[in-house]
Design a protein around this ligand. Sequence first.
Ligand SMILES: NC(=O)C1=CN([C@@H]2O[C@H](COP(=O)(O)OP(=O)(O)OC[C@H]3O[C@@H](n4cnc5c(N)ncnc54)[C@H](OP(=O)(O)O)[C@@H]3O)[C@@H](O)[C@H]2O)C=CC1
Ligand SMILES: CC(C)(CO)C(=O)C(=O)O
Length: 311
Amino acid sequence: MRILVLGAGGTGGYFGGRLAQAGADVTFLVRPARAAELDADGLVIRSPLGDATFPVRHVLAENVAGEAPFDVILLACKAYDLDTAIDAVAPAMGPATMLLPILNGLAHYPLLDQRFGAERIIGGMCIISAMKGPKGEVLHLGTPASVTFGERQAGEQRVRCEAIAAAFAKAGVEHTHTPDIDGALWTKFSFLTTLAAATCLFRASVGTIVGTDDGRQFMLDLYAECSGVATAAGHPVPAQAREMAIGATTQPGSPLTASMLRDLESGQRIEGAHIVGDMLRRARAAGVPASLLAIAWTHLQAYEARRLAAG
Ligand SMILES: NC(=O)C1=CN([C@@H]2O[C@H](COP(=O)(O)OP(=O)(O)OC[C@H]3O[C@@H](n4cnc5c(N)ncnc54)[C@H](OP(=O)(O)O)[C@@H]3O)[C@@H](O)[C@H]2O)C=CC1
Ligand SMILES: CC(C)(CO)C(=O)C(=O)O
């Protein structure tokens, strides 16, 4: 199976790197600065699950057509880079290629479906804390590192998902090929939106937030808004997943934060519109009360406005 990975950052670098390390046929589609880092140092992974440094095959967008066809394209960019990423992978989409996005959120699916056809877009997401370090190394923070994926349409997608599962199994990557990817995506979206909105709003970890007088109730109320949107969309979060989400977002002393807080605190662009803004838009469309989401989204827009004004 030939795999193209768009993005050799935190998630693409980690999961694509583990596949390549295990001998899978992996090519990274990168931009020139990342290509120069990979040429100089190889792909460097620093992880509690095992450090690794090795050369990887990589290609620039202008040359990717010559490398096609691929069986699977793993899309691992930030949501604000979606337009350029979609253009970059388009020449690599052969007639049988399927694309597996692992971005957070849901709003990329209609864009991908429209451009490439829904029959070619598998559903996917990942659980990990990872980022690109100052020298281009992929830093895996903590131990969770799993990918969940599944067919959005019966037929060919199922066969391809089975092949993807086999590749992750060979690479020793924790993975789930789920029969209900829409449910899994909504479960993650409602949890992640709560985590991102709250940890960014208060610039603090879960433990610090719930250590305040009203922090625990704030988390519960915010999760109720987000999971209410999931229910309204026809994908209520199953009881066990709800308990896990509430446990993780209200655990005293927990150092947990969202990757969005890391981006915000380092002054970078954030996926606020794709995650918190999109959840609020869906809440309003469904008539779900969402006053806390509105505050969190106002805060993220103010951050983005100040960032732009500062140049
Ligand atoms: N990091 C985390 O812990 C987690 C992240 N996620 C989600 O995963 C997604 C990816 O996040 P993450 O891996 O952290 O992001 P990163 O910013 O670490 O990596 C994204 C990579 O995509 C590359 N890229 C963007 N556009 C293009 C393009 N047109 N052509 C080639 N390469 C491109 C960037 O390249 P360049 O280096 O040139 O800018 C960058 O290296 C997000 O939706 C995020 O929310 C989900 C779970 C956890
Ligand atoms: C919820 C978490 C931490 C797990 O992957 C995440 O997706 C993020 O921080 O973006």
